[in-house]
Design a protein around this ligand. Structure first.
Ligand code: HPA
Length: 308
């Protein structure tokens, strides 16, 4: 009869040669060390390439969500760079996204805008999703403005409303900081008590009041997508304390806070999740609703950049 050694011995590596034991224990550490170095090297290559294309350091980074690309018309464009030309940049695969970095001036500030972002549901890992945010930080931005299309689970919201994100729930998408911490960017355990800068939220509310339009303020919950939620899921998201749900933004906000950027984010409500009647949601409807609400978001972003 074959007798197996006690498991205790296997776990203590008693049966493995010493060198192999040490190697197998160290391998993950070596891998993480190498992967961090690789990420940093790729980031620096992308940044060096972009600095050759555009000589000025942007102060504000802007990410335009689904159906919100028209905002680029507000920017006095000085340079456009297609994602496909930037070393190590992923390429957006979603309809309604333009896939380029836009450099220019807005309200007297130098900005860099992403017309099209990368989503976890496209198959990119969390590190790839946040790659451009890190690039923008290394280019010099101090503030990041994020926007997205989202479904509402707050019974007081309707299609076309815009919502300032005051907080988020990030339990359903992988945290992009998992892995060896990149000390060059920030601490191992970043504080998240104020993911979205309160002074910017107040300024945005003042801008909406001055321009006489309503703006909501609420909690965004991030899901992976790409399916829209079932009725039961929308109900659960409501119970969890969120006002809207979407497939982006949170991973970007997390790395931005990790690197010490001040973050401001807004959702455009493109569909209402909590409804008893037939409630079929399509991407086309989402894009259409975002397009209609875009002018309000544009006013806030434009004036906020001026006030930073
Ligand atoms: N759920 C998730 N993501 C979304 C939605 C939604 O209802 N609408 C727009 N993005």
């Amino acid at each position: 009869m074959i007798r197996f050694p006690p498991f205790r011995h296997i776990f203590q590596h008693k049966l493995l040669p010493e060198a192999f034991t040490q190697f197998s224990v160290r391998l993950p550490l070596i891998f993480f060390y190498m992967s961090n170095k690789k990420v940093l090297k790729e980031l620096h290559e992308a940044v060096k390439f972009l600095q050759k294309q555009y000589k000025h350091a942007p102060q504000v980074g802007i990410v335009l969500g689904s159906g919100l690309g028209k905002f680029t018309e507000e920017i006095e464009i000085e340079k456009e760079v297609a994602y496909k030309d930037i070393p190590h940049f992923p390429v957006s695969t979603v309809e309604g996204h333009k896939s380029k970095l836009i450099f220019g001036r807005l309200s007297g500030k130098r900005v860099v805008a992403m017309a099209g972002r990368f989503h976890f549901y496209e198959g990119y890992d969390a590190q790839e999703v946040v790659f451009p945010i890190r690039v923008m930080k290394l280019l010099g931005i101090e503030t990041l403005l994020l926007s997205n299309a989202a479904g509402s689970v707050n019974p007081g919201y309707k299609v076309g409303d815009i919502m300032i994100i005051k907080d988020h729930i990030s339990f359903f998408t992988p945290n992009p900081l998992i892995g060896k911490n990149i000390e060059e960017f920030g601490p191992r355990f970043p504080d998240m008590s104020e993911p979205y800068k309160r002074v910017l939220i107040q300024k945005a509310k003042d801008i909406a009041a001055k321009n006489k339009f309503d703006v909501k303020e609420g909690v965004y919950l991030a899901v992976t997508g790409p399916t829209f939620e079932t009725r039961a899921e929308y109900k659960l998201i409501h119970v969890l304390g969120a006002d809207v749900v979407g497939m982006s933004t949170v991973q970007e906000a997390i790395v931005a806070r990790h690197m010490g950027l001040q973050v401001f984010a807004m959702s455009v409500v493109t569909d209402v999740g909590l409804r008893e009647e037939d409630n079929i949601i399509t991407h086309e409807e989402v894009l259409e609703a975002a397009k209609h609400a875009e002018p309000k978001l544009a006013t806030i972003f434009k004036e906020l950049v001026g006030a930073i």
